[in-house]
Design a protein around this ligand. Sequence first.
Ligand code: HEC
Ligand code: HEC
Length: 216
Amino acid sequence: MMAIHGRYALSSIALATAFMAVGSFGSALAGPRESSGGVQAKIEYCETCHGASGQGFYGYYAIPRLAGQQTGYIEDQLRDFSHGERHTPIMGPVARSVSPSEYSAIAAHFHAMNSAPLGGGSGGNVALGRDIFMNGIPESNVPACWACHGQDAHGAREIPRLAGQLPSYLIKTLSNWYEQRGTKSAHGLSAIMVPTTHNLTRAQMAAVAAYVSGLR
Ligand code: HEC
Ligand code: HEC
């Protein structure tokens, strides 16, 4: 329910902003060639939504944290957004305004940021969330999250960092996984999370979001 509501909410307000911003990019891109100034301008554009320290932003809608995010993951998502393999009304046009040759510089910029978690609360039980993260839920076939995302939830390469991520973004992402990412990311990695997202209850998602969102 919330995911559907979120989608429609996005298309009304934020989409207009996205198109306006993409439009102004278009003219910047019409210049003679890409320069480091071009990359810098795009980073500033990203920060208008993702926060000046990449810490994420709570507007009408939670915009995810990019600070400390793994470079391989950021690059994969930009590719998936621009090819329409991860469906979102906002990031599709945004990603298509970035040249693949700029992905690594932009990803490195956000990876190097180390801002404090924004918090915000998920209404979930932190102790239960920690237990799921460390041990999984064997009776529901939910694996221990740390096995891929790392003990500190920092991720690695194409596996995302979850530490410090906005809790409402995490819940929305887990509850809307199949609709948004299906099973066909650039490297087929989105498929890995499909069974887990089906097997977690809403309360378990909120619990794990409460735990990881507080980690640095
Ligand atoms: C107009 C606002 C806006 C702008 C500008 C914007 N983003 Fe986003 N971005 C979003 C929203 C909203 C999402 C969440 C999409 C979703 O999951 O529904 C997102 C998601 C992402 C994700 C996925 C994060 C994750 O944890 O999976 C990445 C990576 C990303 N953006 C990178 C960028 C980069 C790089 C730029 C600049 C070139 C940028 N964004 C500019 C709004 C924006
Ligand atoms: C077998 C490895 C593996 C396990 C175990 C695993 N994940 Fe993941 N997870 C991934 C991969 C790979 C991705 C990136 C998928 C993509 O590129 O679309 C991911 C993505 C995610 C995302 C999206 C992050 C973002 O910024 O949008 C969330 C949230 C997540 N996992 C939560 C969990 C939770 C909670 C658990 C434990 C219950 C878990 N994962 C267990 C491999 C795993």
